[in-house]
Design a protein around this ligand. Structure first.
Ligand code: SF4
Length: 395
């Protein structure tokens, strides 16, 4: 698999940072597409290294995707192309100079690494609601539950303007079908938690939520959200990214709106949910077992609420160890004594914090493939997000 850049030729947009594979890697949202795989010589351009006319395939509309490979001509064939996940983001985190002081807050991990898998929908509430750059800084004042957004020096109250704009913007965002939102931390407009709120004493409490972030979370309560500060924590980062991939799969699975699709989704996510919350795993199982008692829309709504609540809980080392032992139980008969011993030792080393989760998971994947274990093969726990993000590689 490899990352690619977006290139425009005439009216055609060539594939942007696709991750492709000849077989369906499973796990993430992949689609089968016919692609023209075209060689661009190293250091060459789309017009060819010699400056000759573009390759005629560039202009053939029948190809969904044109992937540019650096090494050699790959011909035309069917490949699996990873669909990008749509996420909202505070514009300044992508490097846009929209902050009150004319600066930005570019986050390299978000833009350059996570961004390979994401289609961004940038939002700057202050600028989009009509404020200039640069502008007077803002802050929250009053009670943390219902603060006012005011300009720091003049004290002008901007709450109603922001709230009115946010209402319209959220209606627009609803059509974007986002799978998550990354907010700029600490901002009185965009911060999703811990924003300073100034009370009458002038001493701030860190109990506020930015005006736009609050409106977003109220309108889309199940959509995964996180802020740039918390994404620096490896556990929170993995948790958020896992949730956006689950949410994307949920949207895809439930498009057709059948109980069968929901059951299929549930089966594939069982161990993933178990790693976050055995309690939610049990509740979701019971809900699915009684599926026929519900109308499908009600069932989906209840399932999603429970699922996202469970996934917000961190998959701790202890919970992951439980899942790994549970999986090891599937190989009781197949594994030789030394293989069993090795597997248990690797799980134990993970439990003690000596090796990262990716090590026992990789060994488990090896046995799942080797013994073609049908149930575990379907488990997204073994493959919840792209390996390129290296989210399970920390101790
Ligand atoms: S924190 Fe929000 S309002 Fe402030 S500059 Fe960034 S996107 Fe705009």
């Amino acid at each position: 698999m490899s990352g690619q850049e977006e290139v425009r030729i005439g009216e055609m947009i060539l594939q942007k940072s696709s991750f492709t594979s000849d077989t369906n890697p499973g796990g993430f949202p992949f689609q089968k597409k016919t692609a023209a795989l075209i060689a661009i010589p190293r250091g060459g351009s789309l017009a060819g290294a010699s400056g000759s006319a573009p390759h005629p395939l560039y202009f053939r509309p029948q190809f969904d995707t044109i992937l540019l490979k650096q090494e050699k001509f790959h011909g035309i064939r069917e490949v699996w192309v990873q669909e990008k996940i749509k996420l909202g983001i505070s514009s300044c985190l992508l490097g846009e100079r929209v902050r009150y002081d004319g600066g930005h807050k570019l986050d390299h991990f978000i833009r350059d690494t996570l961004g390979l898998f994401i289609e961004w929908v940038p939002v700057c509430p202050e600028v989009e609601s009509g404020l200039p750059v640069p502008r007077e800084a803002m802050r929250l004042v009053g009670s943390p539950e219902a603060p006012r957004l005011v300009k720091s020096r003049s004290g002008d109250d901007y709450t109603d303007s922001m709230a009115g704009w946010a209402e319209k913007k959220l209606a627009e965002i609803a059509r974007e079908d986002l799978c998550g939102f990354i907010f700029k931390s600490k901002s009185p407009s965009s911060g999703m938690r811990g924003v300073k709120v100034y009370g009458p004493s002038g001493i701030p409490s860190r109990a506020g939520v930015g005006i736009f972030a609050r409106a977003f979370m109220e309108k889309f309560p199940h959509t995964p959200v996180e802020d740039d500060g918390r994404l620096c924590d490896p556990g929170l980062r993995e948790n958020f990214i896992e949730r956006i991939f689950v949410f994307k799969r949920w949207k895809d699975f439930t498009k057709k709106g059948t109980v069968r699709d929901l059951i299929e989704f549930h089966t594939a996510h069982k161990l993933l949910v178990f790693a976050h919350s055995p309690k939610h795993y049990a509740s979701l199982g019971s809900l699915v077992a009684h599926a026929k008692n519900y109308q499908i829309r009600v069932l989906q709504a209840e399932y999603l609420a429970l699922l996202m609540e469970g996934l917000r809980l961190i998959a701790t080392v202890k919970k992951n160890t439980n899942v790994l032992h549970h999986m090891a139980g599937y190989f009781k008969k197949q594994l030789q004594a030394d293989e069993k011993k090795e597997l248990l030792e690797v799980i134990e080393a993970y439990h003690k914090g000596l090796i990262p989760l990716i090590v026992p998971v990789t060994l488990m994947r090896h046995y799942v493939r080797k013994y073609d274990e049908a149930y575990l093969k379907r488990q997204l726990y073994l493959n919840p997000h792209p390996a390129e993000l290296m989210l399970r590689n920390h101790v």
